[in-house]
Design a protein around this ligand. Sequence first.
Ligand SMILES: *Cc1c(COP(=O)(O)O)cnc(C)c1O
Length: 400
Amino acid sequence: MSATAATSTADNIIPCYGRFPLRFVRGEGAYAYTEDDTPYLDFASGIAVNALGHSDKGLRDALHSQIDKIWHCSNLYHIPQQEELATMLAEKSFADRVFFSNSGLEANEAMIKCARRYHYARGDKNRQVIITLSGAFHGRSLATLAATGNPTYLEGMGPTPQGFKQVARDDVAIVAAAIDDTTAAILVEPVQGEGGLYPLVNNDYLQKLRALADEYGILLLFDEVQCGVARTGKLWAHQHAGITPDGMSLAKGLGGGFPVGAFLATEELGTALSAGTHGNTFGGNYLAMVAAKYVISTVSTPDFLANVVKQGQDLSARLQQLCQRFPDMISDIRGMGLMLGIRLADNYSNKDLVASLHQQQMLSVPAGDNVVRLLPPLNISTDVLDVAEQKISEALGALQ
Ligand SMILES: *Cc1c(COP(=O)(O)O)cnc(C)c1O
């Protein structure tokens, strides 16, 4: 250690995160417990990751069943668990082909590379530009930051990868006007997460994008890293719009807390990444595959999805009531399913509400546009919502 290094244990962590002063050591269901065993109602779910809450018995059993057999042996070889999960995902989606990664940005990076390569392989070498929307978030690699289009995240990080064009999300006509003979694809989150729970899937927006993509021979790509895997009450968020994309990225909820991401594609698109064109050492790890297989088989049943819809409507109705009780504080309730947001009026700060919720021993996540995100486990029950409503009401009251 250098002479200037500080001495608290946290001082050995690179300080790139603004962390809240909380330290969790275990979790059970909808609760996470601090070092002194204080329970916090967890409506952050590790940012929509812990889809089944903490320490889910079935998920633990799935991992236990694999842990004594084999963990890793590289994509130099066939991995049966990858093939099983890929088949499961293909059966339950528009897709025929799957590439596995460990994270959301890696799934998006694979999708972006594949989209460009698809046009290249068809002799359309100019088609390299990906159109993205304002309010988007696609990850923190250089390329996915270029796709995200938020200049503050790229400040001081050197040259920005080219081939992305961001346009306002408000109107499909604006997207249409941005398409030219360099366009490879349109990349969209059906429900924007970090951007403030802005649902693009609600009206006919995605249908119109599908029609545009077909008209111009370009690809429609959905980033469902946050809104996919049953979070909105359907297995994939785009199912609310009744159309399918050419490619889709998944991650957050997919492993229920185990790191895993996936890029799903149609046969035509997915086969554009031929042998040697892309790779990932850890992608498709055996433990990640059994975790994701368990999560997908659990959250895709009609009963499970019906509960997400029911609890989502219940939570949304309770938030609407709070909106009426605190009209000066709450300007809007956003989102769908169990991906809901409280948008605060301009003279209140979402960070203050998150902190006030901490005082009530409840976790939530700030998002863009002054929104507080509520992302509970997808298997919650009504009694958990009773507790949540009480805590949110107290937290709002304390800020008044
Ligand atoms: C979180 C997120 C990502 C990035 O995922 P990482 O696993 O952090 O790389 C990409 N897209 C969306 C929509 C996300 O919410």
